[in-house]
Design a protein around this ligand. Sequence first.
Ligand code: PLP
Length: 411
Amino acid sequence: MGYQSVSNELVHLTENEAIGFLRQESGFATKAIHSGYRPEQLLCRSIVAPIYMSTSVSSASLSQNDNKGNEFNTENPTRIILEQTLAALDNGKYALVFPSGTAGQSCLMAMLKAGDSILCGSNIYTGTIELFRETGVDIGLEVNFVDMTKPDEVKKALKSNTKMVWVETPSNPMMLISDIKTIADIVHKETNAIVVVDNTPSSCYFQRPLDFGADAVSYSITKFMNGHNDVVMGSISTNSKELYEKIKFTQQITGIWPSPFDCALVIRSLKTLALRMERHSLNALLIAKFLEHHPRVSGVLHPALTSHPQHKLALSQCYGHGGSLCFYIKDAKLDETKRFLKHLKVFMWADSLGGCESLAQAPLLWFVVPTSFSDEEVHDLGFLENLIRLSCGLEDPEILIEDLNQALNAL
Ligand SMILES: Cc1ncc(COP(=O)(O)O)c(C=O)c1O
């Protein structure tokens, strides 16, 4: 058996392929480890990329005809290594990193002009909704919301001034899936707007939206991509030189870059992305299947379950599902939901997702549910009193399941 067939055989054995998700392309893990940096680039030949803390570069070695060196503070080598790795992992040509996911989103928003319109999914990460409809509207943008799971509705909602369509799939926390290719085709046919996919919950291991026609992919690197709950960062990847240059220009004039130290931590983290995502995914799937049959649970939201409303669509555009899922505690009021969270011993009651540590939260208690949201809006998002979101970490699945079991049984 050749080397290639051995690795394909191993990939084939993953749970996600057995469920019917797309077959993971060979070479992802190797790209994650080698694509941004090679030891030959440096005299010292260190096998790990160094952290360049310098905020400026010397112009002394430039040729006489070249009067322009690297831009002061915008071309940090550690950051460039990270950006090259991120671009390669998304099957993209370019990537840029930001000090948070929200900063990347703000940069994209800042490229728009007063009078331009954003068309945004109505049931996505509430921080994004708030950014667009509070700050966006304050600076003169028009912001419209639509059910992104319904491409016909998306088509109807497009306007002549629509300049950016914001898709988050799977959505956080409700796990709704939108059809990236169909939406991109409609938007590109009807307008000159860009389609941006927030790919935070899947990471580029389980979904690569540029392959499906998205113009740009946005990440909260803070979550699975870094995966250790110790860095806040964002990124944007694209294949379009024009778009990349526009974003880079806006980033430069607004001055939003992460530190080289944080970049080095993320370079380190990406090397284990494939391994980590497989374990997050397996843990979440085993937990979803366990919860599905628990008498104190009235529903589980996880795209790999056949009960998920967009299960088939998820299979057709993803290589698997990450570590997040939601479930409803049967007939629980908020007090009981809080008691469940307090009973947990391994899962920690905390916001965020994507790290090694398993976390649980009731979206209704989230700090990111903006005060500007009415009770009715919160209800329409599906944030009921008995809804729990889990971020399944990398611990042993049987221990996580037992933890949930004892907390549910204690109610
Ligand atoms: C889907 C999604 N996008 C963007 C963000 C914002 O990212 P950050 O916290 O890095 O600013 C989050 C944060 O939870 C998120 O869940």
